[in-house]
Design a protein around this ligand. Sequence first.
Ligand code: 2RA
Length: 329
Amino acid sequence: MKVAVVGATGLVGSKMLQVLTERNFPVTELIPVASEKSVGKEVTFKGKTWKVVNAATAIAMKPNVAIFSAGGGTSLEWAPKFAEAGITVIDNSSAWRMDPSKKLVVPEVNGDAITQDDKIIANPNCSTIQMVLVLKPLHEKYKIKRVVVSTYQSVTGTGVKAVTQLMNERQGISGEMAYAYPIDLNVIPQIDVFLDNGYTKEEMKMVNETKKIMRDDSILVTATTVRIPVMGGHSESVNIEFENEYDVKELRGLLEQTPGVIVVDDPSKAQYPMPKDAHDKDEVFVGRIRRDETQPKTVNMWIVADNLRKGAATNAVQIAEYLSGKNWL
Ligand code: 2RA
């Protein structure tokens, strides 16, 4: 299969190449795509080097699938051109996520929503993906009324520039800033821009994308998203109120049986998920599962995942695997 990776030289793009290799996706030809300033550079994949091309050249090379991770502007401009040429696009930007004519997919949750006619498929936001994977079995069993989530997000979610800012600060080097404030020894309660309602775009992504992926607008979500000086993954403190009564042991058992979810939850041994353990793993880790004693039918938990993997590259490659399994590529 010919696979184009648009934004191949970025953080998520490089992770995409790693995940395609690890999961043995049947790539016979890689088409790395990047902006004009990277055209002609070489990318190593499966022991071979592949020349970076621009988007127009990539379309002419007729890949079976194009995985985009190059920002919303590039996706808005180029995804429709790939799709018109009959190339299926899996898009990691926010450009198409809330477009009612596009599917927003976490394969384990709503892979069945995809049809052969879907030519642009949106990959959700990282912080939403790891949360809905855990919410899905709980909603099916207990019906979720309301979710209150606070995130602790890794600098890798911002990109290379933010990782460099953190590393520079650690070494006392002054350099380009990805954030308006220092991130080392700090916490920034702003991810993306503020909207008129006082929430950030990242927070509203968690609200709106959750409803769309779970195919249930009745689920209430309120979010506070925060950047912390961490690299391995995003963490989330999640409070979930159900319509129906639940049992903690049964709920834990449900999550233990959920594909893609690993329960790490043994307070007696100080066992709980942490970004340093989730780093470079494809699964979503959940722990600190405990009853909210202030309110009936409500549970608290802690969810951690590598935002560049299940939160981005792995989920996109899983969508490609789903399409390939159906012979739709
Ligand atoms: C972040 N959610 O962590 C973004 C990345 N898509 O900033």
